[in-house]
Design a protein around this ligand. Structure first.
Ligand code: FAD
Length: 611
């Protein structure tokens, strides 16, 4: 996947000409019996199946290190895994993008560490991450787990100070499967707190939890099920070489040293691999959105329905069904373009972490935005879109929409967990809003009303003006309200204005999505594909304007007539929408997914379906 955006454009062009749509880059890795749908299994069987799928995937990849060879390859593998099995995606994402990645990037390559990385590479042990603590909200910025330097070991002793500081909810509960985790703990060396560092810790081997480590399994959940657990440490010994020390060191005489500027950004530096987690989450959510939109659209094309206004017609013939499902398809394109644009910039090293005071200020609520604002925001935006599209597609598929065999519920579950997994979305929006309000690496957009004649609200110049004017206004309000405040005493002053930060960050994300979509439309040269994509773009524009229509109206940015004309405009766009071509262009690997309702013969397939 040299360039994911180009991939989707290539697929669309093929679909527009009735040609076979090229397979996604990593598809062939998943051509194996283990990835096919299974009959209902118990929770433990499901967890074993997930590990078996991981094992086969890892073997076919040629080991874990190979996944890290480029961000593009890692994301291609993980986003495909998300379509095949969201639990597999989550497990693989944490193993490769977080645990192995942290060990390689933050470790110093010493012998002890290399031996541990070798075991992760071959999947002799499955990697996890342990940062969240159960007893306090937003525990990530005030980790309490302690790592005491112990020269006698030599190494560290990790301790959970109180039961409420237990690590929450790494999937390490399944007996018999060795697990290793990147544990975030506050380092105490030379009698002083040195900040939060990661340590590569063996949590359990085939016989059970390692000495000093307690693992309590959480009750099973059907939402992206894994063997989630609580983990506590009681003087758990960790060899010195397992300290992922970044640029810090402890000399043979026990002196702790770290460059001053790195010490100031300790938490953000320790969490640097969270950018890979955000990137993978965003890519997976966009893939789940594409799959959901394409499944629901296929079903609506062959689902015949009766009414007194029309007999036995496909339900997609109804404009209201089109409104939902064409809307889902255009959202799938939009989120893909937004995510791909952020991923491309990240892969090229163009999204950098803020530094110095900017970095400190960026983590008012949580560390994620300070690590990478663009990717965190892409992850939030992709979650919102996936959750909305999955919910609407589920409803529009009727009862079939709630059957796991038809896949939509598991994609919707992935969207639900991503409100929290990889960092709480609301806190990310608050931090992004705060940074924008303070003007950190940001200029509010200029907004000039296009001079008439512009065609309508679907004219990109008009949409651009509306999105920019909205963001600019929110920026003015937010910066006046909270721009100069300083945490943590600012709550009283800020409390009534926090919604402005959420709105500003969302408006910013909306504009970035608009830009990414516009660039993609502009880069498709094939006339048929271009025509199709343009109608998806127009539908997205109407959604974006509609979401904030009351505000646009209140500010006089649109007239009452324009507002009242929106439904008519929408019908016009829906009539020209090439659903089959656009759905096909999403490139969903239906052969691998075996979704009964995606086939006209679904009544027969359902009788023999597996979940
Ligand atoms: C499926 C899944 C798998 C996970 N796996 C792991 C894992 O392997 N390892 C790991 O360490 N963690 C894991 N997590 C935990 C995840 O990182 C956290 O759930 C997430 O960071 C949110 O933290 P929390 O659950 O403590 O929410 P809380 O911080 O308790 O937030 C609860 C609510 O309060 C709001 N809130 C909290 N603080 C503030 C504030 N200061 N101001 C305003 N609003 C606030 C939040 O927006 C949210 O709406 C997993 C989570 C999920 C869902």
């Amino acid at each position: 996947m040299a360039d994911p955006a180009r991939d989707i454009r290539t697929r669309l062009e093929a679909a527009a000409h009735g040609l076979p749509v090229p397979e996604p880059t990593a598809a062939s890795l998943f051509d194996h019996e283990v990835f096919s749908a299974r009959s209902s299994v118990s929770p433990d069987e499901h967890y074993h199946l997930t590990h078996e799928r991981m094992r086969v995937l890892n073997q076919r990849l040629g080991g874990g290190r190979s996944v890290l060879r480029s961000p593009e390859w890692m994301l291609a593998v993980l986003e495909h895994a998300a379509m095949i099995d969201p639990s597999l995606f989550l497990r693989a994402m944490v193993h490769y993008a977080v645990c192995l990645n942290a060990a390689v990037r933050l470790g110093d390559g010493n012998e002890e560490l290399t031996a541990a990385v070798d075991r992760l590479d071959t999947l002799a042990t499955v990697g996890g991450v342990l940062i969240t603590e159960v007893g306090r909200g937003n525990s990530h910025i005030s980790v309490r787990t302690r790592a005491e330097y112990d020269p006698e070991l030599p190494g560290f002793r990790i301790t959970t100070p109180a039961p409420e500081d237990a690590k929450f909810m790494p999937p390490v509960g399944l007996p018999g499967v060795p697990k290793t985790g990147v544990v975030y703990a506050r380092l105490f060396a030379g009698g002083r707190d040195r900040g939060v560092f990661p340590y590569l810790v063996d949590i359990r081997d085939e016989h059970g939890p390692r000495p000093g480590i307690g693992v309590d399994r959480l009750p099973d959940t059907s939402v992206t099920p894994l063997d989630y657990s609580l983990v506590s440490f009681d003087n758990a010994p960790v060899p010195f070489g397992r300290w992922l020390r970044d640029t810090a060191e402890i000399t043979p005489r026990g002196e702790f040293r770290e460059p001053e500027e790195h010490a100031q950004q300790r938490l953000v530096r320790s969490l640097t691999v969270s950018s890979s987690a955000s990137a993978a989450g965003a890519a997976a959510l966009a893939a789940a959105t594409r799959a959901t939109a394409a499944i629901a659209h296929r079903y609506a094309r062959h689902r015949r329905t009766e009414s007194t206004v029309a007999e036995h017609v496909p339900v997609i013939d109804y404009r209201v069904q089109q409104d939902s499902l064409f809307g889902a398809i255009s959202s799938a394109y939009a989120t893909t373009f937004l995510v791909d644009s952020a991923l491309r910039r990240w892969a090229e090293g163009r999204t950098t972490a803020p530094e110095g005071d900017d970095a400190a200020g960026a983590a008012t609520w949580a560390p994620w935005t300070a690590v990478n604002r663009e990717l965190s925001l892409a992850k939030v935006s992709a979650t919102t879109t996936a959750e909305r599209v999955c919910a609407e597609a589920r409803r529009r598929c009727g009862a079939q929409g709630v059957l796991t065999t038809n896949r939509i519920p598991s994609y919707e579950a992935l969207a639900q967990i991503y409100n929290s997994a990889g960092g709480d979305n609301r806190l990310i929006l608050l931090d992004v809003g705060r940074a924008l309000a303070a003007g950190t690496g940001y200029q509010p957009p200029r907004a000039e009303r296009p001079s008439p004649p512009y065609r309508s609200l679907t004219d990109p110049r008009m949409c651009s003006y509306l999105l920019r004017a909205d963001e600019r206004w929110l920026h003015e309000q937010a910066s006046a309200a909270v721009g100069t405040g300083t945490a943590p005493d600012a709550l009283e002053e800020w409390n009534d204005h926090l919604w402005l930060l959420l709105e500003l960050a969302s408006a910013h994300a909306r504009r970035l999505e608009f830009q990414a979509f516009g660039e993609a439309v502009g880069s498709v040269s094939d006339p048929r594909a271009s025509r199709a994509l343009r109608s998806a773009y127009e539908l997205w524009e109407l959604d974006a304007v509609g979401q904030r229509a009351a505000t646009h109206l209140a500010h006089g940015r649109i007239t009452a007539e324009e507002y009242l004309a929106l439904p008519r405009l929408r019908s016009t766009v829906l009539r020209s929408f090439d659903g089959p071509v656009l759905a096909e262009g999403l490139g969903v690997p239906f052969d691998q997914l075996s979704v009964p309702i995606a086939d006209p013969d679904y009544p027969y397939l359902l009788k023999h379906a597996r979940t």
